[in-house]
Design a protein. Sequence first.
Length: 285
Amino acid sequence: MPEESFTVEERREYRVYRQLLDMIAGLEDRLMTGSDEEITHVADLIQKGASNARSDDTKSLKGAILDWITPRGGALTPSLARNVKIDRGFHHERTGALLCPVDLNWSDNEVKDKLKSGELMTGGDEWPMFVYHGYTYDPEDPWNGLFRSALLVTAYKHIFTSPSSVDKEPKATRSGNARIHGMTCVSLPSLAYVATQVRFALSSSPVFSRSDLATDSERFYNSILDLFDDPDEKREVSDLVVWWNRQIFPIYSSAQRAPRTTSVHAKIKAKRVAMRALDMNGGNV
């Protein structure tokens, strides 16, 4: 079937499949020539690896995120347990403010009470305030600061470049999961993944589940990818990727740099071009 005939979801799944084939040597041959049992075994191994990695990230963020949302030099009031999440989510002032959908007013006591009681449910496509820079949403310009919050950057570093990189200046070298998987730039799915993990870490839900209606994590993740895949948002998404790469991989930049004609490299190239031109003309200038 031509790829143009795929639905949006099928096209996204096909891209993931192609990336898996690139990442795992010999996978395509195994899938094409293996028995049904072998193919099922391969799928189980991939799913197990993904589930274990997600579980490790979930456990790691559970306690760490409390340090990141605590006011500098202050404390969370009331305090929150690092290993128990029951008091997070809309039950706590700080986590509730960060999780509150941008179109709702957390300062409104009626809204706050309804969110706490569950009378007012929030879906995965209702994005929370923590995805915005400075936790400020501009309804006249929804792209302003979107997915540029310090909390997201910190969580991304924690998961992909190592927990120790959170409190240190960015370095030119790669480490942690980024190094293991050969990441040299931020991918859009990885950004959606980190946002989903942060959202769950702030919530009161005890167990991560894609089918959990309370957190609606799968819908949240897919709604972010829907925006990233929207061709009408290509310019804004491109700018977002450049911004993220500057935060996480400082040696990477997709911005075009004007060549410097005064550099040593440029002078050597210019001399080589001149010498070739001289040879082609038989030594005549």
